[in-house]
Design a protein around this ligand. Structure first.
Ligand code: SAM
Ligand code: SF4
Length: 511
C-alpha cells in the first residue's frame, strides 16, 4: 500500500476546489512572475508569418538538417519557418526527414497501449468535455477495485495489452490515494493468456489526470507510475479562460502549466505534454509547446517523454467540438505532426483513436510512435461490452474515430513492415527522464527497443494473435532477427537465447 501520510485530505468537493492549488508550487517555477510561455514572442512570430508567408527553402533545409543531426529541440523561430512551408515538394522533404528521425530514434516500431477510464466524476467545467460538472446527460461512476479487475481481465487477458493510459476526472473521490491504489491493482493483476495459458498482466501504467502537488506526485512515483500526462488543452491564456471557468480548479492556467516542473521535482521524470487541437490557432499551440519543452530542458535537462495530439471530438451536452472556429482538417493535422517531429526530435509522439482509421494510417510515416487500439473509453466499457467497437456517448468523454481491434492493427502494421512493440522495459531498467534523453538523441535506445520489440511481439503473437495475423507476424520477425544479426553479430546469440526462451513460453524477458 502506498504511503499517503504526507498528502493533504479534503472533506468535500467544495473544500477541494477551494484549497487544492498550492500557490508556492506555482511561484517557484515562474520567477519574478514571468511565464515561460512568452506570449509576446508567439504573437510576433505569428504576425511575422502572416505578413511574410513565403518560406525560405534554403533556411528550411538548414533547419531540417539541424534537427536530424543534433536531435535537439528547435528554437521557436525555426519552428515558425517550418510552419510557413506550403510547397508540396518542400513539405515532402520535411515529412521524409521526420520519418528518418523517427526511425533513427525509435526504429520501425509502433508502441501500442489502451486507454482505461477509471472515473467520470469531475469538479471542473471544461466546456468541450462530456465529463464536466453539471452535465446531466453523463452517467457517472467510479470503478471499484473489483470492477477494475474485470476491466483488466479483458485488457490484459483477452486483448493482450501490456501498457495502459489510466484516465481520471478531477474529484476528491478519485484522489491521489485512489489513483495510487488503481495503479497498484493494475500491476498486481495477472491472468492466463487464451492461447498458451501463460500468466500475463499490465506492465506499465501511464496516467492522464489533473495536475498534482509535489507530495502527491511522490506517492505516484512510489507505486511505479509510467508517464504522467497532462494536456494543456490550449496555451492561449484568453481562450483557456473562456473554456475553463474561473471558479474551477482547472481555471488556474498557471497551476496547469507548471505541473511538469513539479513532476520533475518529485522524481516523476517521464512527462507527457499535449494540446487539444481545435481550441486555438494550431501555430500558437505548437510554438508554445516548444517553449514548454525548452523550459523543462532548461530547469531539469529533461524534455517531454511524449507529445500527444488530441483533436476535439463530439461529446455529450456540448457544441464546442462542432462550433469552435479553430477546428483543423486532416491536412493540417498531418502538417502538425511533421513539424512537431522536426521540432522536438527525440520525443515520443502519440496519436489516439480519437482520429479516424484513415487519418491514423496516413500519419504513420509522419513521425508518430504510439497508438491505442481495441480502445473503449466508456467507464467499465471493456467488461460491459462484448463488442469492442460499441460506444455510448453518455458513458464516455467523447466519441472515438478508429475502432480497429488490436489484431487488425497489428496485422495492418506488419503488412507495411512495422513491428508492434509491447515493450515496457525502459522504465523498469531505469531508462527514464534524463537517463533516456541521451540514448534517444544518439539512437542507442532504438537498438534496445528493437530487440525488446521482437521479444514482446513474439509473446503477443503466441498468446493472442489470430492465425492470419500470426502468419504475417512470423515473416516480420524473421526479417527483424536477420536485421539484428547484421547490426549486432556478437550480441546476436544472447538475443536468440532470450528469443528461444520466449518461444518456449517464458514471459517478460527484456534487455
Ligand atoms: N480530467 C483530467 C484533466 O482534464 O486534466 C484528466 C484528463 S481528461 C479525462 C483527458 C483529456 O481528454 C483532456 O485533457 C482533454 O484534452 C481531452 N478531451 C476532453 N474533451 C475532449 C473532446 N471533446 N474531444 C477530444 N478530447 C477531449
Ligand atoms: Fe473534468 Fe478533465 Fe473533462 Fe475537464 S477535461 S471536465 S477536468 S474530465
Amino acid at each position: 500500500m502506498a504511503d499517503t501520510a504526507n498528502i493533504r485530505k479534503f472533506e468535500s468537493a467544495q473544500d477541494y476546489v477551494k484549497r487544492f492549488i498550492v500557490q508556492e508550487e506555482i511561484d517557484k517555477y515562474l520567477p519574478g512572475g514571468r511565464h515561460f510561455i512568452d506570449t509576446a514572442k508567439i504573437d510576433s512570430l505569428i504576425a511575422g508569418m502572416d505578413a511574410n508567408p513565403a518560406a525560405d527553402p534554403a533556411k528550411v533545409r538548414e533547419i531540417i538538417a539541424k534537427s536530424e543531426e543534433t536531435c535537439e529541440t528547435l528554437l521557436p523561430e525555426e519552428t515558425a519557418e517550418l510552419m510557413k512551408v506550403t510547397d508540396p515538394a518542400l513539405f515532402e522533404e520535411m515529412r521524409a526527414a521526420a520519418d528518418r528521425i523517427k526511425h533513427k530514434v525509435y526504429d520501425n516500431r509502433i508502441v501500442v497501449f489502451a486507454p482505461l477510464y477509471m472515473s467520470n466524476l469531475c469538479v471542473n467545467g471544461c466546456r468541450y468535455c462530456g465529463f464536466r460538472e453539471g452535465n446531466a446527460q453523463q452517467k457517472r461512476r467510479v470503478l471499484t477495485m473489483d470492477e477494475l479487475k474485470e476491466e483488466l481481465d479483458v485488457l490484459a487477458g483477452r486483448i493482450g495489452h501490456k501498457r495502459l493510459i489510466a484516465v481520471y476526472g478531477e474529484h476528491p473521490s478519485t484522489s491521489t490515494e485512489y489513483i495510487a491504489e488503481t495503479i497498484e491493482t493494475c500491476y498486481a493483476h495477472q491472468v492466463p493468456a487464451p492461447r498458451t495459458g501463460a500468466k500475463v498482466g499490465i506492465r506499465r501504467v501511464n496516467v492522464n489526470a489533473a495536475p498534482l502537488p509535489v507530495e502527491d506526485l511522490k506517492v505516484l512515483r512510489s507505486v511505479g507510475i509510467g508517464t504522467f500526462q497532462v494536456f494543456q488543452e490550449t496555451y492561449n491564456r484568453k481562450l483557456y479562460e473562456q473554456m475553463h471557468p474561473a471558479w474551477s480548479v482547472k481555471g488556474n492556467y498557471d497551476w496547469r502549466t507548471t505541473c511538469f516542473h513539479r513532476c520533475m521535482e518529485a522524481g516523476v521524470d517521464d512527462v507527457g505534454l499535449g494540446v487539444l487541437y481545435g481550441l486555438c490557432d494550431w501555430r500558437y499551440e505548437l510554438l508554445a509547446t516548444i517553449m514548454h519543452a525548452r523550459d523543462l530542458e532548461r530547469w531539469f535537462n529533461i524534455g517531454p517523454h511524449t507529445l500527444s495530439f488530441p483533436r476535439l471530438e463530439p461529446a455529450s451536452g456540448t457544441k464546442v467540438p462542432e462550433e469552435s472556429p479553430w477546428l483543423i482538417d486532416d491536412d493540417t493535422f498531418a502538417r502538425i505532426l511533421v513539424i512537431a517531429r522536426l521540432s522536438v526530435p527525440y520525443t515520443g509522439m502519440i496519436v489516439t483513436a480519437r482520429e479516424s482509421a484513415a487519418s491514423r494510417n496516413r500519419v504513420l510515416d509522419h513521425g508518430m510512435t504510439q497508438l491505442d487500439c481495441s480502445s473503449n473509453i466508456a467507464i467499465k466499457g471493456y467488461s460491459d461490452f462484448a463488442n469492442e467497437a460499441h460506444q455510448e456517448k453518455e458513458r464516455q468523454q467523447f466519441m472515438l474515430g478508429d475502432n480497429r481491434s488490436i489484431d487488425e492493427m497489428v496485422r495492418y502494421l506488419a503488412s507495411r513492415g512495422t513491428i508492434t512493440s509491447f515493450c515496457t522495459a525502459g522504465y523498469r531498467c531505469g531508462r527514464t527522464g534524463g537517463c533516456i534523453m541521451d540514448a534517444l538523441k544518439t539512437g542507442r535506445e532504438g537498438k534496445f527497443c528493437k530487440i525488446n520489440a521482437v521479444l514482446t511481439f513474439r509473446e503477443w503473437l503466441d498468446d493472442f494473435a489470430s492465425g492470419e495475423t500470426r502468419a504475417i507476424g512470423e515473416k516480420l520477425i524473421e526479417k527483424e532477427l536477420a536485421g539484428i544479426k547484421e547490426w549486432l553479430p556478437k550480441f546476436y546469440p544472447t538475443v536468440m537465447k532470450q528469443y528461444e526462451a520466449t518461444c518456449r513460453g517464458e514471459r517478460d524477458l527484456f534487455f
